[in-house]
Write a protein that binds this ligand. Structure first.
Ligand SMILES: Nc1nc2c(ncn2[C@@H]2O[C@H](COP(=O)(O)OP(=O)(O)OP(=O)(O)O)[C@@H](O)[C@H]2O)c(=O)[nH]1
Ligand SMILES: [Mg+2]
Length: 482
């Protein structure tokens, strides 16, 4: 009997597809993370296999269903060229890698694992707060989420003034309705402009800064105020220019005016067309990797911290809780139903702080735990399935042998010439998040903003870039093998 059960288990477990949601704000490092992870798996890096196992075959699979394939080769080519990072992501894509694993001790057992990993533009992540939420509820949630944002308070008062002046019998399409709608949308764009300037990640609907066709508003860097305002004015706030919406003050959103009804209808189309396809995939994931650029949050200040925390909570809150029933029923539903059984918070770009001896990488983990650990606990994962990791998917710095407080990396200048090695003293992360009054935004500059590029490494396809902590994450994703 037991050998029949063993055979049954072997059959059930020997082939398995593991869906991994890779999520996080724009620029947190998702695409670099995925590219390096795939690169190491394709090279059958022994550190990336579960203990006691080795990868004997690894193939990318182009059958990625509803999403286009993740652009692995172009992304990796940027590392191999050694002076560029992969381009900013403009649409969701799926990586599918089929792995065959064998016991390292030579016993003839084999396992097949297919990893499916979704990459998405970070801009789309705040939109996930719309999933399964009717419009009035979303307006309330946004007002709570942005209670600390002065520009949102200003927007809500402007909105109330416009709505107060709108005749109660103004029907949709009437002149006064159209004028009120234009005034509300333009006031909302003013708030979005302020959000971009204060590095708040909550910019919704995300098509305001990343259109469906991939054109972006280059929001954060370089653009003078007037140009940025003009770019935002041209971007649709909804599924298309004919179906715009903006959040209304919670009482007005629930009030049933013609404007609230029109916005609610356009909101529903937007959720159906833009949010649901991504959200439905995420909800079916077996594993979650939520990436946070902790240094980036430190650099951006308290409002960015609040936004990043809200966004993380939204995503973690979407994950279906693991099946908690016991006994045979639990075993069967555990085998056949989807649920998140491992959730990993990842502090990225750990090569931008001083190395381990100094304990600074652990500080990144501590800060991340403080920011999102409670939301992770709410998923109620089984013991040992909740992880907080520190990682540099492409380690781009080395310790400076002459100065223990400095790092060395390759930098390109604005003209994009040949990279040169430069020494720099990185900002040192604090043990705790700073109190708002002492929090100096701009105190943790991102070295990539000053031109830090990936290290030179061999362009041969069977080489992978140096990394920190990525192998441990791969082992969690592949799961324990019996
Ligand atoms: N030093 C260092 N920098 C990194 C690493 N990973 C990412 N970066 C930097 O972060 C930038 C953004 O990384 P991406 O992987 O493109 O970020 P993303 O999360 O995919 O961003 P979106 O596509 O906008 O959502 C890169 O261009 C690098 O400058 C890393 O491991 N080390
Ligand atoms: Mg990306």
């Amino acid at each position: 009997m037991s050998s029949i059960l063993d055979r049954l288990e072997e059959t059930l477990l020997s082939r398995r597809t593991v869906r991994v949601a890779v999520c996080g704000a724009g620029n947190c490092g998702k695409t670099v993370f995925l590219t390096s992870l795939l690169n190491h798996l394709l090279c059958r890096d022994p550190d990336f296999a579960p203990e006691g196992w080795r990868v004997v075959r690894a193939d990318l699979d182009a059958a990625t269903g509803p999403f286009p394939p993740f652009p692995y080769h172009p992304s990796r080519a940027t590392f191999a060229a050694g002076d560029r990072w992969p381009a900013k992501t403009k649409g969701a894509s799926l990586a599918r890698i089929a792995l065959r694993l064998e016991r390292a001790d030579g016993r003839g057992w084999r396992r097949e694992r297919t990893l499916e990993l979704l990459d998405l533009p970070g801009e789309r992540v705040p939109d996930l707060s719309m999933r399964r939420r009717p419009y009035p509820e979303w307006c309330r949630a946004l007002a709570d989420a942005l209670a600390d944002a002065p520009s949102y308070g200003v927007y809500l008062s402007r909105c109330r003034a416009v709505l107060d002046a709108l005749p109660a019998d103004a029907g949709a399409g009437s002149e006064s309705f159209l004028a009120a709608r234009a005034a509300v949308l333009s006031a909302y764009r003013e708030h979005l402009l302020a959000s971009l300037r204060s590095y708040s990640p909550i910019v919704v609907p995300s098509v305001a800064i990343l259109a469906q066709d991939g054109s972006t508003v280059p929001s954060r860097r370089g653009l003078p105020e007037a140009e940025l305002r003009a770019e935002l004015a041209a971007a649709p706030l909804g599924a298309d220019a004919e179906r715009p919406f903006a959040p209304l003050p919670p009482e007005a959103a629930a009030g049933g005016s013609a404007l609230a009804r029109a916005f609610a209808a356009n909101y529903r189309s937007y959720v159906r067309e833009t949010v649901d396809p991504i959200a439905a995939w995420l909800e079916s994931a077996d594993r979650l990797c939520y990436l946070v650029d902790v240094l980036g949050v430190l650099n951006a200040g308290p409002q960015a911290y609040n936004g990043a925390q809200r966004m993380g909570r939204t995503v973690l809150g979407m994950m279906p809780a693991p099946n908690r029933s016991n006994g045979l029923l639990g075993l069967l539903t555990g085998l056949f139903s989807m649920h998140v059984d491992d959730a990993i918070l990842v502090a990225t770009k750990a090569d931008c702080v001083l190395p381990e001896g100094d304990g600074q990488r652990n500080r990144l983990a501590g800060l991340l735990e403080r920011m999102l650990g409670p939301a992770l606990d709410e998923i109620e994962l089984p013991p040992g399935r909740r992880h907080v990791c520190v990682c540099a998917a492409v380690r781009s710095t080395d310790p400076d042998p002459d100065d223990p407080r400095a790092l060395v990396g390759r930098f390109v200048d604005a003209a994009g010439g040949t990279p040169a090695y430069l020494r720099f003293r990185p900002a040192e992360p604090p043990a705790r998040w700073p109190a708002s009054a002492q929090w100096t935004a701009g105190g943790f500059p991102d070295p990539s903003e000053s031109g830090l590029v990936p290290p030179a490494f061999d362009a041969r396809q069977d080489e992978a870039p140096p990394q920190i902590g990525l192998g441990r994450i791969a082992r969690i994703l592949l799961g324990s093998m019996r």
